[in-house]
Design a protein around this ligand. Structure first.
Ligand code: C5P
Length: 408
């Protein structure tokens, strides 16, 4: 979510040498969007990856590079540079610059400013995974934390050098959030602050043998969007997600599961909660006696008989909890005809509080699509919502949930 918690703040961004420096250009934009002033220092290594011209154009400020530049020193001495900011952000923080910072060296403009500053420092390490794992880097990292600096990342994943592991610089929006946490003005109270929500999303996979499974076409788009929308209204959200290709929504704790049984166990582990939204397309059945080895054709020409057993109904189980039942339990009903009528009987059958009925009849919110046509069924009656994008359905539902808790 874009907030103005950084409006009027001054950020000194130090860009050191590393391929991740390209992400720092985006970081400058994201900070400026939030009303922050950004002044940049580019190390000699940083200038090998991004040009002073791009940095100056995006920051709309002069870029400082040289400790011994008469021009830079007369315009803005390095001491003033370090003191006029509310926070110093080092992104990327290379292994070399981290080593200098830990040792207290001051042999270039960036390291001198970092030694001279009296302001909080946030650093975002970025390097090859071996360099990150090296005992010297780990020592330096720990020294910087002990000195009171704040670190963000590095993350895991594919690295530009072709290796995989820890060393990726955190994404610009993650760095923005860390800066906000460090110096941002407190955000206004959000309507679902202090509430906990569990959201199920996506399909489940039910194993037949180690390589085969039963599944369905659910994309998880609606459930993921709901989890994100609830988090943006301040709720603490656990998203229990079946296999999907979606990015994790921001500010949400994701528990990745495969089967319905695992989904139920993850939901139970995440309880207690105030709100549960069951948006997952849970498989109704699983295979009885999953084969431990890959099943083979036996030459008889006869296919194997797959016996199915019913899966636990997560929505029903949570709706019927005796102690600690969440205050608001919401289910989904995908129907092709008599949408409202079927959904009303599902509300009673499952014992939940609301049903979001989606019309998956021809020409409407077909599974996997981006739009949804829904009706909200509660004990008070039926609301017909216009066809909307799944993101908009999520925002509308999250606001309805916030109204429910606000009107208590
Ligand atoms: O019974 P049906 O599958 O139509 O109900 C759909 C609703 O029930 C959805 O909210 C879905 O997430 C939930 N459900 C569940 N566990 C199941 C089956 C469905 O939570 N085993």
């Amino acid at each position: 979510m874009q907030t103005d918690g950084l409006s009027g703040k001054h950020i000194l961004l130090i860009i050191s040498g590393g391929i991740a420096a390209y992400k720092s250009l985006d970081l400058i934009r994201r900070l400026k969007e939030r009303g922050a002033g950004v002044r940049c220092v580019l190390t000699a290594g940083g200038a090998q990856f991004v040009t002073p011209l791009s940095v100056a154009a995006l920051s709309e400020e002069a870029v400082f590079q040289d400790l011994f530049s008469l021009k830079d020193e007369s315009e803005m001495g390095h001491i003033r540079l370090s003191r006029e900011a509310d926070v110093l952000v080092v992104a990327p923080a290379s292994a070399d610059l981290m080593a200098k910072m830990a040792a207290g060296l001051a042999d270039d403009l960036a390291s001198t400013i970092l030694l001279a500053t009296d302001k909080p420092v946030l650093f975002a390490p970025a390097m090859n995974t071996r360099m990150w794992d090296h005992p010297a880097t780990r020592r330096n990292f720990q020294t910087l934390l002990d000195d009171g600096l704040t670190a963000i990342g590095p993350g895991q994943g594919d690295l530009a050098c072709g290796e995989v592991g820890a060393g990726r610089m955190s994404e610009p929006l993650e760095i923005v959030a860390a800066i906000e946490a460090l110096i941002g003005d407190a955000a206004p109270e959000l309507p679902l602050q202090g509430r906990k929500a569990i959201v199920t999303s996506g399909p489940t996979h039910e194993a037949i043998d180690p390589v085969r499974y039963l599944a369905n076409r659910s994309s998880g788009k609606q459930g993921h969007a709901i989890a994100g929308a609830l988090a943006r209204l301040g709720a603490e959200v656990v998203l229990v997600a079946g296999p999907n290709n979606l990015a994790d929504p921001g500010g949400v704790t994701v528990r990745a599961i495969e089967s319905a049984a695992q989904m139920l166990a993850a939901c139970e582990a995440a309880l207690p909660a105030d709100i549960v939204v069951c948006a997952a397309a849970v498989a109704d059945w699983r295979v009885a006696g999953e084969a431990q080895q890959k099943m083979k054709k036996d030459g008889s020409g006869q296919p194997p008989a797959l016996a199915l057993v019913e899966n636990p109904d997560i929505l029903k189980t949570i709706s019927h909890l005796n102690g600690g039942r969440p205050e608001l339990v919401i289910g989904f009903a995908a129907e092709t005809e008599k949408v409202v009528q079927h959904a009303q009987s599902k509300l009673t059958r499952k014992g939940c509080d609301w049903i979001v009925a989606n019309d998956v009849g021809a020409g409407t919110g077909v599974m996997g699509g981006d739009d949804n046509t829904v009706h909200l069924i509660t004990a008070q009656g039926v609301e017909d919502w216009p066809t909307m994008a799944k993101d908009a359905v999520a925002v509308t539902l999250a606001e309805r949930i916030a109204d429910h808790f606000g009107s208590e």
